[in-house]
Design a protein. Structure first.
Length: 187
């Protein structure tokens, strides 16, 4: 019965790519390949972060590194996130992009007692999908934590981090705001 319902819905309201309008998926393979994975990492400092450095002497002590998955300025990435609130199936694409990104990182091994946490409801489903694909648990006590969030820096994230007990806390964020200030203290 459920399959018939899905078939009729797809017949009346076919899935269309949010970028090009091609039918059969919410994001076609061609448009998925257009999404730019971030190539530059910055330290965890909220203001004046250092490029290509995981951690500096001014970074918050509890953060071992911040990994930014997507280019914030790319319209397709922004559009995908905005529409994912209305079309939950789009979260699967974020999960895929985060897993692809994490596989490229050679800083750590995901099999080394890792655990996922999500920072807010915006990324809960994404984190659940990643956990399902990687078999890494969510919200369990662990010495290594990957905190999934929409955007870094964020006051809520800093509060969450203060309450986590782990040896290493890595933030995996979809987007990163880079603030450049002169003569201001960091965090």
């Amino acid at each position: 019965m459920k399959n018939i319902h899905k078939y009729l819905l797809n017949l009346l309201f076919p899935k269309k790519c949010i970028n090009c309008g091609r039918e059969n998926s919410f994001l076609c393979e061609d448009c998925l390949s257009l999404i730019e994975i971030n190539q530059i990492d910055y330290c965890a400092c909220a203001q004046n972060p250092i490029k290509n450095k995981l951690k500096c002497e001014n970074c918050p002590q509890k953060i071992s590194g911040v990994f930014t998955v997507l280019n914030e300025k790319q319209k397709l990435s922004q559009n995908l996130f905005l529409k994912s609130k209305l079309i939950p199936e789009l979260n699967m694409y974020f999960s895929y992009l985060i897993i692809s990104y994490l596989k490229k990182i050679t800083t750590f091994d995901l099999n080394d007692d890792f655990n996922f946490f999500y920072a807010n409801e915006d990324v809960k489903k994404i984190t659940e999908n990643i956990s399902q694909f990687t078999k890494i648990p969510i919200n369990k006590k662990s010495k290594n934590i990957l905190l999934i969030t929409k955007k870094y820096p964020d006051e809520d994230i800093l509060e969450i981090i203060q309450n986590l007990e782990a040896k290493n806390i890595y933030i995996v964020t979809l987007f990163r705001e880079i603030k450049k200030y002169q003569n201001e203290s960091q965090f």
